[in-house]
Design a protein around this ligand. Structure first.
Ligand code: HEC
Ligand code: HEC
Length: 442
């Protein structure tokens, strides 16, 4: 890893935390911003209601029929419910026939805690690291900026431009509601319309409805319910720096009864080199790679941006047990595989990378960026993994406690999940496809 990072004095600020310097166009903070308290969010109820309407409106896509909720299903913790071809490939389908999203879609619950982008250098770190920003590569820094992604991507909602979107909204009752809230210009001027939609959606995402904290783990934190022995063992392994070491990236504070301290991500980035998903349309081209954060680094003029190729934002793990596919490229089909990957990526790479081609989704010239130092991914090939099979089961049992009450019934039976563990993904549709009888757990 190249460490030299130039610093410049800049004016960019994150509210409440002073930044004396910046790295490229991103502020460098002297302290990690404290996690926002749940009570800090007081969005205007009218805006929340309007944002909710926008979120579920299927007319906003081209062709019509694909709302935000089509890929962020409220019945699945606002992660996608995949069917048919989308389930086979592992990522959601867009509004246009045959178009698939380039990545897996995350849950949108707890989105209000995602901070704006910043750099921070820990005392024991030799260089500053980036945090925050929306998307797996942090390329958007606000909801207003973020929604341009889905609205104008040909692979998602397919609108050609703010102008065509504006023509669609003007004259509808949604247009009237937006006029009432933001004034007539917000519906007449295409750019303002995108801003208004962003403001409304942001308010919806800030509402308590989008941050329920109703999981068994939350009740455990509040000392209202115990966890089972297997779940407690899983929690201990998750935190133990010599075993799972998961909490070093998937941050949690067991001693705090405030659940917003335990979002199971520090919003940092890492290169853990998940296997390539050969079924993604773009991956038909062997030269195509999704390199993640370094594209953002280039756009924001961070020095030596290539050092961030292969980095993706650490996923929050709340409601992870109701996901159908895992990681930014949807390569894993069971939670157990996602956990087992960490245990044996380094000790038995052939189990995960077809033909033993280690780090097959990171271009050769960036493979030096891959994290080979963090437990449990730091062992030599052929040595004993840091986690036994039983310990992997315990961590899965613990992760299942992070499911909000409303979604508990969606969790697959752990034994069935284990039985269909696929390990190394295969390009052949016959082996990679999930059999229909296993496809849905509902
Ligand atoms: C066709 C499927 C699809 C539709 C429709 C869609 N999204 Fe997404 N969404 C995705 C995917 C895929 C990602 C991850 C993309 C990435 O990381 O680059 C994503 C990511 C996001 C994120 C970032 C979350 C985070 O933690 O950083 C937000 C916020 C979001 N979507 C909101 C919306 C909103 C609002 C709409 C409607 C205007 C919408 N999405 C419509 C597929 C979709
Ligand atoms: C060095 C940091 C780091 C450590 C340690 C780590 N993770 Fe992760 N985790 C990540 C990153 C980064 C991602 C996103 C990777 C991607 O999408 O390609 C991720 C993704 C995941 C996902 C997929 C979530 C989703 O929504 O698809 C699961 C599950 C997960 N981690 C569980 C664990 C467990 C269990 C452990 C401990 C055994 C662990 N992680 C240790 C950084 C880490």
């Amino acid at each position: 890893m190249r460490l030299s990072i130039a610093l410049w004095v800049a004016a960019a600020l994150i509210p409440g935390v002073a930044a004396a310097e910046s790295i490229g166009m991103t502020p460098k903070l002297d302290a990690v911003p404290p996690p926002a308290e749940s009570t800090a969010f007081k969005p205007d109820p009218n805006l929340v209601a309007l944002g909710k309407r926008v979120f579920f409106d299927p007319r906003l896509s081209e062709p019509q029929g694909t709302s935000c909720a089509a890929c962020h299903d409220p019945g699945r913790a606002f992660a996608p419910t995949l069917k048919g071809e989308a389930l086979r490939i592992g990522v959601p389908a867009g509004s246009r026939a045959g178009h698939m999203a380039a990545r897996n879609a995350p849950s949108l619950l707890y989105l209000r805690y995602v901070p704006q982008r910043y750099f921070f250098q820990d005392d024991d770190a030799s260089f500053p690291s980036p945090f925050g920003g929306f998307f797996a590569d942090g390329r958007a820094n606000s909801i207003a900026e973020q929604i341009r992604g889905p609205l104008f991507s040909p692979d998602e909602m397919g609108n050609r431009s703010p102008r065509t979107l504006q023509r669609k909204v003007a004259g509808t009752e949604l247009g009237q509601a937006l006029t009432q809230q933001f004034g007539a210009d917000a519906v007449r001027d295409p750019e303002r319309l995108v801003g208004a939609l962003g403001k409304a959606l942001e308010a919806y995402f800030q509402s308590d409805e989008m941050a329920p904290f109703t999981s068994r783990f939350d009740d455990f934190l509040r000392k209202r319910t115990p966890l089972s022995p297997a779940e407690m063992r899983g929690l201990a392994l998750f935190r133990n720096p010599d075993k799972g070491n998961c909490a070093s990236c998937h941050l949690m504070v067991e001693s705090s009864s405030r659940p917003e301290r335990s979002l199971f991500t520090d919003f940092g980035y890492d290169a853990i080199a998940v296997p390539r998903n050969p079924l993604l349309p773009a991956n038909k081209d062997a030269r195509h790679f999704d390199v993640g954060l370094c594209q953002t680094a280039r756009a924001l003029k961070w020095p030596e941006p290539d050092q961030w190729c292969g980095y993706f934002r650490t996923a929050g793990l709340r409601n992870v047990a109701v996901r159908q596919t895992f990681m930014h490229n949807g390569v894993f089909r069971t939670l157990r595989d996602a956990v087992a990957f960490y245990a044996t990526r380094s000790t038995d790479p052939a189990q995960w990378y077809p033909g033993g081609k280690r780090f097959d989704d990171v271009p050769a010239r960036y493979q030096g960026n891959v994290n080979v130092n963090a437990v449990p991914m730091n062992r030599r090939a052929g040595t004993t993994p840091a986690l036994t099979e039983d310990e992997i089961d315990d961590i899965v049992a613990f992760l299942r406690t992070l499911t909000d009450a409303r979604h508990v019934a969606l969790m697959p039976d752990p034994a069935a999940d284990k039985a269909r563990s696929a390990h190394a993904p295969r390009a052949s549709t016959k082996t990679a496809a999930i059999r229909p009888d296993q496809a849905n757990t509902r």
